[in-house]
Design a protein around this ligand. Structure first.
Ligand code: GRF
Length: 189
C-alpha cells in the first residue's frame, strides 16, 4: 500500500465531519493521515475531538494578524512543517483567499449541506426548509475564491423531513459523513 496522504482538516465548529474522516482512517477505509486540525475558533468542540485522537491542533485567531494574507501565511508555514498535501474543509466558516489557494492548487476541498448551486452560504439547511424544497442534500466540491462555488466532486440527495429541522439536520449530517469519506477515498487514491 502507498504511504497515507497527509491531510489537514479545517473546522470552526463541532467537528463531526472531522471525526467521521478520522474514524474512516482508523477503520482502514481511507489511506490518509490527519497531520493537523486547523481552527479559527480555539473553543470549538472540534479541538476536544482532535485531542481525543491525539491529533495536533493549530488554533489561530485571525484577529491577531494584520491581514488575512498574514493569517493564511502562518497557517501555510504550519502545513508545510507537517508536509500536508491536501486541505479538507469541514465546517470552516471563512472564505479561503488566493494565498492558500495558490499554496494548494486543486488540493482544497469542502463539504456543504445542500445540493449546490442551490443554497450556498450560511444555514443552507434553514434556507432549504424556508424555501419548501422536498429534497436537499450534500455536496463535496473543490474550493475556489467564491462562497461554495468551486467545481463539484460528489453529491447525494437527502429528503427534507417537513416541519422538522432537527430530523432534517440529522439526516443531512449522516449523509455528509458517508459522502465525504467516499469522495476523499476517490480523490486521495
Ligand atoms: C456541515 O454541515 C458542513 O457541511 C458545513 O458545516 C457543517 C460542519 O459540521 N460546511 P461539523 O462541524 O463537521 O459537525
Amino acid at each position: 500500500m502507498t504511504a497515507p496522504t497527509k491531510i489537514a482538516v479545517f473546522a470552526s465548529g463541532s467537528g463531526s465531519n472531522f471525526q467521521a474522516i478520522q474514524e474512516a482512517i482508523e477503520r482502514g477505509e481511507l489511506n490518509a493521515k490527519v497531520e493537523l486540525v486547523v481552527t479559527d475558533k480555539p473553543n470549538a468542540f472540534v479541538v476536544t475531538r482532535a485531542k481525543n485522537f491525539n491529533i495536533p491542533v493549530l488554533a489561530l485567531s485571525p484577529k491577531e494578524f494584520a491581514s488575512k494574507a498574514d493569517y493564511e501565511t502562518a497557517i501555510i508555514e504550519a502545513l508545510h512543517e507537517c508536509h500536508v498535501e491536501w486541505i479538507v474543509l469541514a465546517g470552516y466558516m471563512r472564505l479561503i483567499s488566493e494565498v492558500l489557494l495558490m499554496a494548494y492548487p486543486q488540493r482544497i476541498v469542502n463539504i456543504h449541506p445542500s445540493l449546490l448551486p442551490a443554497f450556498p452560504g450560511k444555514d443552507a439547511i434553514g434556507q432549504a426548509m424556508e424555501h419548501g424544497v422536498k429534497i436537499t442534500g450534500v455536496t463535496v466540491h473543490f474550493v475556489d475564491e467564491g462562497m461554495d462555488t468551486g467545481p463539484i466532486i460528489a453529491q447525494a440527495a437527502v429528503s427534507v423531513v417537513e416541519g422538522n429541522r432537527e430530523a432534517t439536520e440529522m439526516a443531512v449530517h449522516k449523509e455528509e459523513h458517508v459522502l465525504y469519506t467516499k469522495a476523499l477515498q476517490q480523490l486521495l487514491k
